[in-house]
Design a binder for this molecule. Structure first.
Ligand code: TYD
Length: 138
């Protein structure tokens, strides 16, 4: 489905924990952009888009959040509550983020700069393009 759960190694000692992330090594692309989402009010659902080309890894570095990932054929709900876990989302996967805890910080590593033209925000249009994409890339 073009998604993958990944687990990063953690260096833990009496001073706390550290999780290093190396571009192309810990994640399967060169990181060109980092952003984080936080302060999301209870009941808010966001995302509602797919990307045509962009690859991303989502890491909930504090608190917890649920991610719905969806293609025209299947969908999964993933609970992120561990700073050691990352959710890789490849191109052409519809995503929605919801159930943010009050302390949630969702860190996103992206393989490209912000490009408005890479977003597909209309679900019907997404379905149409995704059917073709997955048929051609099977
Ligand atoms: P948006 O894509 O709507 O967030 P989500 O998909 O999580 O609901 O982005 C919110 C705002 O932030 C929007 O005005 C675009 C802007 N933005 C950037 O300027 N750069 C970025 O890298 C991202 C992801 C968003």
């Amino acid at each position: 489905m073009n998604i993958q759960l990944m687990e990063f190694p953690r260096h833990m000692d009496e001073y706390g924990s550290l999780v290093p992330i190396e571009a192309s090594d810990s994640v399967p692309f060169d990181i060109k952009r980092v952003y984080y989402i936080y302060g999301v009010e209870k009941g808010v659902r966001r995302g509602f888009h797919s990307h045509a080309d962009l690859e991303q890894v989502l890491i909930c570095v504090s608190g917890h959040v649920r991610i719905l990932v969806k293609t025209p054929w299947e969908e999964q709900e993933i609970f992120l509550d561990d700073p050691q876990k990352g959710l890789y989302i490849g191109p052409m996967v519809w995503r929605e983020m919801f159930d943010f805890s009050g302390d949630a910080v969702l860190l996103v590593l992206a393989g490209d700069h912000y490009k408005v033209e890479d977003y597909i925000r209309d679900y019907n249009k997404y379905e149409q393009i995704a059917r073709q994409y997955f048929t051609e890339n099977q």
